[in-house]
Design a protein around this ligand. Structure first.
Ligand SMILES: Nc1nc2c(c(=O)[nH]1)N[C@H]1C(S)=C(S)[C@@H](COP(=O)(O)O)O[C@H]1N2
Ligand SMILES: [Mo]
Length: 228
């Protein structure tokens, strides 16, 4: 695809908007490796690739969406220059990253050292060219009506991932096949499974669990979840 010009335009606009601080990391791939945190670029060499334990499989509907590789698309829309509909193959063709990070549910369980593989948000959004005035992302699950939001700044954290593999295998249906959001800094409910759409929006809306009183900013250790 010959989209050098729109791509550069999208980046320039987005960078100009976000300015400095955390958000400048959005495109600065090289900078990520110098940041310490939960991600190890050579994670596989340090922690053996083992099936992780302690998961509880959650659905809100009792029905897990099925994944048809031929028909599936991940759409990127909302306030973008160029809406996208990525096939599974196109998603897999984007630069692959791996990380090991720990997963916390707000109800108290934790799964340590989950080995994820997938793509970084900027590699998906960069092609779409988010509008300068839009400050949030909406993540829509194929499991309706599960939805959640991150600010663009939160979504630019270095270890946020759209994960298509867990523990060295394609993401299972129970864990959100074919792709889920992973944001280790935040509690599990932000980690939307069966992701089907990312929409660039002006500001965060009310996510599925947030409508019942959970924090919009689900920082592990700082948000205690229930607010009522
Ligand atoms: N579509 C969808 N995504 C979801 C949920 C859900 O019920 N439906 N539960 C969330 C919560 S509260 C947690 S803790 C994790 C659990 O991930 P797991 O089911 O892979 O263990 O998924 C999150 N993503
Ligand atoms: Mo959770």
């Amino acid at each position: 695809m010959d989209d050098a010009q729109p791509r550069r335009y999208g980046r320039a606009v987005f960078l100009a908007t976000l300015g400095g601080g955390l958000s400048s990391l959005w495109w600065a791939k090289a900078a990520w490796n110098s940041i310490s945190g939960t991600v190890s670029p050579v994670a596989g060499d340090i922690v053996p690739l083992l099936p992780t334990q302690g998961w509880r499989i959650y659905t809100i509907s009792g029905h897990m969406p099925t994944f048809d590789p031929a028909a599936w698309r991940l759409t990127v829309g909302g306030r973008v220059e160029k809406p996208l509909a990525l096939s599974y193959g196109e998603l897999r063709d984007l630069p692959r990253v791996e990380q090991i990070s720990t997963f916390h549910c707000v109800t108290g369980w934790t799964v340590k050292n989950v080995h994820w593989a997938g793509v970084r948000m900027h590699d998906v959004l960069g092609q779409a060219g988010p509008h300068p005035q839009a400050h949030a992302l909406q993540f829509v699950s194929a499991e309706e009506p599960y939805v959640d939001y991150l600010t663009t700044k939160q979504a630019s954290l270095h270890d946020v991932m759209l994960a298509y593999e867990m523990d060295g295998k394609p993401l299972s249906r129970a864990h959100g096949a074919p792709v889920r959001l992973v944001i280790p800094e935040m509690y599990g409910y932000k980690n939307v499974k069966w992701l089907k759409a990312i929409n660039v929006v002006d500001q965060v809306g009310v996510g599925y669990w947030e409508q019942y009183g959970y924090d919009n900013d689900a920082w592990v250790g700082r948000s205690n979840g229930y607010q009522s």
